[in-house]
Design a protein around this ligand. Sequence first.
Ligand SMILES: [Zn+2]
Length: 120
Amino acid sequence: MNVQDYKRRLLDLETQLSTRVDRRHAGAREQAGESVRDAGDSSVADEDASEAFTEAELDAAVLQQVRDALQRIDKGTFGRCVVDGGPIEPKRLEAVPWTPYCAKHQRLLEAASRPRTPSL
Ligand SMILES: [Zn+2]
């Protein structure tokens, strides 16, 4: 595993996400008071203002995970599950480099809380 490659990807993501979060929060404030419709298929380029707040919340959640992952790189624990310290599957890291959990613990957590899957 090339940690520096992941670090670059995570730093890029952090920049993209924080820009989007800032922009979306600005847009969402103007839309406050309007009901939030069910988010269908939205793309980054074609933002529906009524979806801006939920999307911003999702981006903010991923952004936090990206920052946590960057801290794990600095501490030398990147690529290990934060629950049991075991290795995270390379394919998982490739797809979701900010994940703090191995597949087993991700499944346990999803069974407990059913979070939405970030689409990046
Ligand atoms: Zn684990």
